[in-house]
Design a binder for this molecule. Structure first.
Ligand SMILES: CC(C)(COP(=O)(O)OP(=O)(O)OC[C@H]1O[C@@H](n2cnc3c(N)ncnc32)[C@H](O)[C@@H]1OP(=O)(O)O)[C@@H](O)C(=O)NCCC(=O)NCCS
Length: 397
């Protein structure tokens, strides 16, 4: 769409990812730390209602803005970058229906801000909104966990409280950032549901399995609730046991949608096509009084994979079990990251076959399933998929 001399790219153009990548390189990628990372631009930006706005003169790019939704659906945050001048990035709020308009006060990127008051999650770990020093550490921690180059890291300005497009939290041990969580405001759904798109969470390997991720997610849910956000969504690799046990087993989130080969990048955790489950979290699964919690508890207490419900795969092999079972268990590797490092051929077989299985099984149609839980049984990790009956859909609506 061309609008007032600007070109607006909303993502419906088939070669949007390539165009966006070209624009990023004209704006200084991979050496401009203020840019949104390529995996976010390619896979998430337009899905949450963001856009790319370019302005050219005589076929040469003059400047470009990545626009992000804000808490006000009629307003977007335009992150304006001047071509070939990586330091010249400024923020402005503009009307969503006039995305190229030059109005709005331009402000410099926030670089120095204080942390907000934190709440203590445990005796030694506090959770709170980061200061600018914490934001730098969170960016470094992202790089360490995923072994990603700087261009793939989220810019620090997204962690600033003045940024109306994002919501961030860090877990602190003293002044050391040992965990972080970053989400984006999404445009509301057609039915008006307001959504936070949770984009990335990481916990320092030295601090794992102490409940830090659960505390970060709960604090995120509290903040989202205070802002009137109805739902939190994110994507997760179906083969990562840790996140499956956290998302489905502990938090009570569910998935009804599978996105094969979703993310364009490769890194230590993603040596093979990065397929993802769409995760939805209404937080009600945590309240023990709700019908949903009762249902979840009963399922967890009664399930014995292979006895009370069939197992849909034999390791990486899809068993193509006959449809019609109310519940199926899908085994996933106990350590997907290690398997990709030690045996890439077996890892590839897992990815290919589980992609087929999940693509076939997940959804709301007849004989399709929602993933609603994850359990460890005799040292093996299973996703639990329940048939998408009207009653189940009501519980998760
Ligand atoms: C996934 C990750 C954020 C979890 O952080 P964490 O602080 O160790 O998680 P918690 O201690 O809060 O774990 C909470 C639950 O998750 C589950 N869990 C998390 N990691 C697990 C693992 N490696 N193995 C088994 N269970 C795991 C457990 O069920 C635990 O519940 P429990 O306390 O009832 O046993 C962390 O392992 C990490 O940073 N991984 C790499 C990055 C990543 O995959 N991020 C998520 C996608 S963006």
């Amino acid at each position: 769409m061309v609008h007032g001399g600007f070109r607006v790219w909303s993502g419906s153009e088939p070669d949007f990812p390539r165009q966006a990548e070209q624009v990023r390189s004209l704006l200084g990628a991979p050496d401009n730390p203020a840019l949104l990372p390529p995996q976010f631009v390619a896979a998430a930006l337009t899905g949450i209602g963001g856009m790319l706005i370019t302005r050219s003169r005589a076929d040469a790019l003059v400047d470009a803005a990545f626009a992000l939704p804000t808490r006000d659906p009629s307003v977007i945050l335009a992150v304006r970058h001047a071509a070939n001048r990586p330091g010249a990035t400024r923020l402005t709020l503009v009307a969503r229906d006039r995305p190229g308009a030059p109005d709005g006060t331009l402000v410099d990127l926030p670089t120095d801000w204080k942390a907000q008051e934190s709440v203590f999650a445990t005796d030694s770990i506090a959770i709170g909104e980061p200061g600018s020093e914490h934001a730098k550490q969170a960016r470094q921690l992202q790089g360490q966990i995923w072994q990603s180059p700087p261009d793939n890291l989220y810019p620090t300005w997204l962690y600033a409280p003045v940024c109306p497009a994002s919501m961030s939290l860090v877990a602190l041990h003293g002044d050391r950032v040992v965990g972080f969580l970053l989400g984006f405001q999404s445009q509301p759904d057609r039915d008006g549901t307001t959504v936070l798109e949770s984009q990335v969470m990481g916990v320092d390997p030295d601090y794992r399995n102490r409940g830090i991720a659960v505390h970060l997610k709960h604090q995120q849910a509290i903040m989202a609730g205070m802002l009137g956000i109805d739902a939190i969504r994110w994507t997760a690799d179906p083969l990562q046991a840790g996140s499956a046990l956290l998302n489905f087993g502990r938090l009570g989130a569910f998935s009804r949608r599978f996105l094969p080969d979703y993310l364009p990048f490769r890194n230590e955790l993603n040596r093979l096509p990065a397929s993802r489950l769409r995760i939805e979290w209404t937080v009600a699964g945590e309240d023990p009084r709700t019908e949903l919690s009762q249902h979840r508890l009963h399922l967890r207490e009664s399930v014995v994979p292979g006895t009370t419900c069939p197992i849909a795969n034999d390791g990486p092999m899809d068993l193509q079990i006959t449809p019609g079972n109310p519940l199926i268990a899908i085994e996933i590797p106990s350590d997907w990251t290690a398997l990709q490092q030690s045996d890439l051929a077996t890892a590839r077989a897992w990815r290919t076959n589980l992609d087929d299985l999940l693509l076939r099984c997940l959804g709301e149609g007849p004989d399709q399933y929602l993933i609603t839980n994850a359990v460890i049984h005799r040292g093996r990790v299973f996703l639990l998929a329940e048939q998408a009956t009207n009653n189940l859909l009501r519980l998760y609506s």
